[in-house]
Design a protein around this ligand. Structure first.
Ligand SMILES: *Cc1c(COP(=O)(O)O)cnc(C)c1O
Length: 363
């Protein structure tokens, strides 16, 4: 086993490259699927880990007029990034009276999920509100039994939107979707006429009956869907790039990484890459996932460590000499999610702050 001269790198920090042009194309694709509805953008959890400020600014520039966040703090931050009072920003996780100054200062709208929130809001409304009704998820929202009380509570409030959320939107054949659609229609018929919203990304793909007036895609913007087995119409958006900081040749019989779980069967060229599970690479990619170098696969050898990952770069000498940097995720995001027994959502929101965010197409 011997160490080879490694092209020197100035900066060993990983970089998360977020392609805002691809996010824009995904937004337009979602818009095209729902010609009769407005397409909002869900930018909660820091735009699924990618950076809500940059994403919201770009989508607002592309014409997005409505954004959703989970918390009032996220809403304040998105409003500051937009620097524009016009786009609506709705706070999904409900209203607390103590947050009233923030709602006013940042012109945020609450999504009212239950009587307690509506009562607090009614005592001193801050502007328009949205109402969430539950149609079969039992997570947030008024239940069918609360509708008559809701009707009373909404008097004198400026309700801009009534919404619900689908439990199985990515399962196109699920009868749960039809059940929720029917409940949504029945419950909203009993409420004052206003704009309606039911669909996340999966709901958009279910077809026109699910679109109503406003759609709420999140994951599709960021290049994925919730169903790892279905066709993905969206473009990859995210790549985690990390430099090679050491290169070596190993011989047959040599072992790699913690636990010595990889044993070389033949001489290999291996590279140590400056990103590990602390950067958001799932440890489940150990011995199973791959990086890409100039688009070519470089399998992960042995266990991923906290800050480092060892990959097999046999045959990729030329690409490396030309300066190609290993990349994770990109077109392999689904594979990473499958190996980790999770969804692209969790991989994206698990990307750490250590990785410097670099935006392609930032304005
Ligand atoms: C997160 C969320 C969305 C976006 O869902 P995706 O599956 O990412 O498109 C839409 N609506 C609500 C209520 C949500 O919580």
């Amino acid at each position: 086993m011997s160490v080879l001269a490694t092209p020197s790198v100035e900066n060993t920090r990983s970089r998360l490259v977020v392609d805002l042009d691809a996010i824009t194309r995904n937004y337009k694709l979602l818009q095209k699927q729902t010609p009769s509805a407005e397409t909002s953008a869900v930018v909660k959890a820091n735009a699924y880990g990618l950076g809500a400020d940059a994403v919201a600014r770009r989508l607002a520039k592309e014409g997005a007029r409505t954004f959703f966040v989970a918390t009032v703090e996220e809403g304040a931050s998105v409003r500051e990034a937009l620097g524009d009072p016009l786009p609506d920003i709705w706070v999904l996780n409900g209203y607390r009276a103590k947050d009233r100054p923030l709602y006013i200062k940042h012109r945020l709208g609450p999504v009212l999920n239950q009587p307690g929130e509506t009562n607090q809001f009614r005592a001193a409304p801050t502007g328009p509100c949205a109402v969430h009704i539950d149609t079969g998820m039992a997570r947030l929202g008024y239940g069918a039994g609360d509708i008559s009380g809701l009707l009373n509570a909404l008097q004198n409030l400026d309700v801009s939107l009534i919404m619900s959320h689908l439990a199985c939107a990515e399962e196109t054949a699920s009868t749960q979707n039809v059940r929720q659609l029917e409940r949504f229609t029945a419950l909203t018929n009993a409420l004052p006429e206003t704009r309606l919203s039911l669909s996340n990304t999966g709901g958009v793909l279910l077809g026109e009956r699910y679109h109503f007036d406003l759609t709420r895609p999140g994951i599709g913007l960021y290049g994925a869907t919730a169903d790892l087995n279905a066709d993905n119409p969206f473009e990859p958006v995210v790549s985690l790039q990390a430099p090679i900081i050491q290169l070596r040749e190993i011989d047959a019989g040599d072992t790699v990484g913690y636990g010595a779980t990889y044993v070389a069967h033949s001489p290999r060229l291996v590279a140590t890459v400056a990103a590990g599970y602390a950067d958001g690479l799932p440890r489940a990619l150990s011995g199973a996932g791959c990086a890409r170098i100039a688009g070519l696969r470089a399998p992960v050898l042995g266990r991923i460590s906290m800050d480092l990952t060892i990959i097999d770069v046999t045959g990729l000498e030329q690409e490396i000499a030309k300066g190609a940097v290993p990349e994770f995720f990109g077109p392999d995001l689904y594979q990473a999610a499958a190996l980790d027994g999770t969804l692209p959502y969790e991989i994206l929101t698990g990307l750490s702050v250590r990785a410097e965010r670099i935006y392609k197409g930032a304005t």
